[in-house]
Design a protein. Structure first.
Lengths: 179, 371
């Protein structure tokens, strides 16, 4: 059974849950696998810690929670410190390079940084930082196809913003300077 | 989609066209979606001033002919208790959804609990039976919401979908079948004519046939103990006759209402019993225990009320122990214990809500009763 476990963590307002939603839709609807996504968040709308956990599998998913993430997407320092310790052997940490120091990650982890907020700002819309990260994720993770993620973005974001979201995704997908 | 959205879609597919509610985390998504979806298909959503009003508005709309529902979480559910009893007493078909969060009181708005399982059974005063179903996935939030509406029509009572925050906010694929493949229980109207019809006289399997306000029937609907005409009859004989029927119509139909999912019960030494999101955690523990070579059965209650008494009784005769997993300090475990008696050991893996169990905690308990 091929099970991929993904954790996304950051602050409310960074698009953490949306990132998880899109990954789940990509896996479940467009790659035709099974996926489950759970979220956790506090009572505040913005600024509190929030996280999403996504499982993608070729078989039906019984236990719907991440035990050891194969991929950790860290948009805040707190999320990185909190979740990196559980990372699977040889797992990858994809982190917002200008906000996160990934020193909490285990030695075997692949550390992949991207300044996704700055890239998004350069595209004229800071809120698409999560789309940049999704593009970067698609580069790294073979379990969910880039095409599926793009399709999932198209059916999820507001229609008027599809272009800028896809553009942001492409910038992340083509980002080459990961350390 | 998430479980909350799936519940909304299930209600619409189940024929619901009137929802009154007051938003409360973690059930808010259901009413938000209802407010958007209902007006487009000829239905009505009303945001009421509170949960007390919501819970009586749905009874009113039911008598006007609609299939109706309200949605809430713990604190709102507490406010609805009076009108749950009213719906039981007046035999009003309606659906209550409780997306459970940690309590008591305001508790944990964004975190899960399964602490309202006894409240749903006994929360309103008086003697009665209810039907309560516990979904463990967004797909079941869809399917079982339809089932709730069908049971409500068939048995004329409030039916409860007991979700929890995890199931409500979890996203998974949900398959919505074409409308013509969904079986719906129509409202059972009387064939008697105005003048010859009495509201509680025309019975089928102890369930009276209904009328709709405005169709020319002379009806009286009251929460007071009433006779076959619906008029108050406050004496012991009328009370006995009415309450006995309210209880019996559900107890007699238990086999039709009780749904469970089971796996490897036949040669089990220990059976893990769970419901709702806890069942998905329990099933991982069961797998871990089986990998160690133990004979562990898995029993998931889809219908929690009426409780599957005879099944637990029967199983208790041939196993060593039941391990009951729930996010409360011990509610359904007591039911299992009651039915198992001294024939099998019953232990709970309990917590106060806020998070699902760790599979290892459950495994430890299973291994503990085996040793």
């Amino acid at each position: 059974m091929s099970l991929t476990q993904i954790k996304v963590g950051g602050f409310g307002g960074q698009g953490v849950i949306l990132t998880g939603t899109i990954l789940g839709k990509a896996g479940a609807i467009f790659d035709k696998k099974y996926a489950a996504m759970s979220r956790s968040y506090g009572p505040e709308a913005r600024g509190g810690a929030c996280s999403a956990q996504i499982l993608v599998s070729d078989e039906p998913i019984t236990y719907p929670y991440v035990i050891q993430p194969d991929y950790l997407v860290a948009l805040s320092q707190e999320a990185c410190e909190r979740y990196a310790i559980d990372l699977a052997e040889g797992g990858a940490v994809l982190y917002e390079k200008e906000l996160v120091n990934p020193s909490a990650a285990p030695k075997t982890a692949r550390l992949l940084g991207i300044p996704c907020t700055r890239i998004a700002e350069e595209l004229g819309s800071r809120v698409v930082l999560n789309m940049v990260m999704l593009g970067f994720f698609a580069q790294v993770c073979p379990a969910i196809s880039a095409d599926a993620i793009k399709e999932a973005i198209r059916i999820t974001v507001p229609r008027k913003t599809i272009d800028v979201n896809i553009l942001a995704f492409d910038h992340g997908y083509q980002f080459t300077n990961a350390q | 989609m998430d479980g909350d959205s799936a519940c909304c879609e299930g209600a619409l597919a189940g024929g619901c066209r009137f929802v009154a509610g007051y938003p409360i985390t973690p059930s808010t998504e259901v009413v938000e979606l209802m407010a958007r979806r209902l007006p487009k298909i000829g239905g009505l959503f009303i945001q009421m001033e509170d949960e007390i009003a919501s819970s009586i508005a749905i009874s009113g709309a039911a008598w006007a002919g609609a299939k109706t529902m309200t949605v809430t979480s713990g604190p709102g559910f507490s406010l609805m208790m009076e009108h749950i009893g009213y719906a039981v007493m007046t035999e009003t078909p309606c659906v209550f959804v409780n997306v459970q969060r940690g309590g008591p009181s305001t508790g944990l708005p964004t975190l899960p609990g399964q602490q309202d399982m006894m409240q749903v059974r006994w929360g309103s005063h008086g003697d009665y039976e209810v039907i309560a179903l516990a979904p463990n996935s967004p797909q079941e939030c869809f399917d079982l919401t339809i089932q709730c509406f069908n049971f409500a029509e068939k048995y004329r009572l409030p039916v409860f979908l007991m979700m929890d925050e995890c199931v409500g906010h979890m996203m998974e694929k949900v398959v919505i079948p074409p409308a013509d493949e969904i079986e719906l229980e129509p409202r059972r109207y009387t064939s008697q004519k105005p003048g010859e019809y009495y509201p509680y006289n025309d019975l089928e399997n102890l369930v009276p046939k209904m009328i709709k306000a405005g169709d020319g029937y002379n009806v009286h609907i009251t929460g007071l103990t009433h006779d076959h005409r619906g008029y108050p009859a406050m004496n012991a004989a009328a009370q006995q006759k009415l309450v006995e029927r309210l209880v019996k119509k559900i107890r007699d139909a238990a086999n039709d209402i009780i749904m469970v999912e089971s796996d490897e019960l036949d040669d089990a030494d220990v059976i893990v019993v769970s419901y709702g999101i806890s069942s998905r955690v329990a099933s991982r523990a069961v797998r871990l225990a089986r990998e160690r070579g133990h004979k562990i059965g898995n029993l998931r209650l889809i219908t929690v009320w009426p409780f599957p008494e005879s099944l637990i009784e029967e199983l208790s005769q041939r196993i060593k122990a039941f391990v009951v997993v729930e996010m409360n300090m011990g509610q359904i475990v007591r039911e299992v214990q009651r039915c198992a008696g001294s024939r099998a050991l019953t232990v709970g893996v309990l917590n106060a809500g806020g998070a699902v169990h760790k599979p290892e905690e459950i495994l430890e308990r299973i291994l503990g009763v085996l040793s």
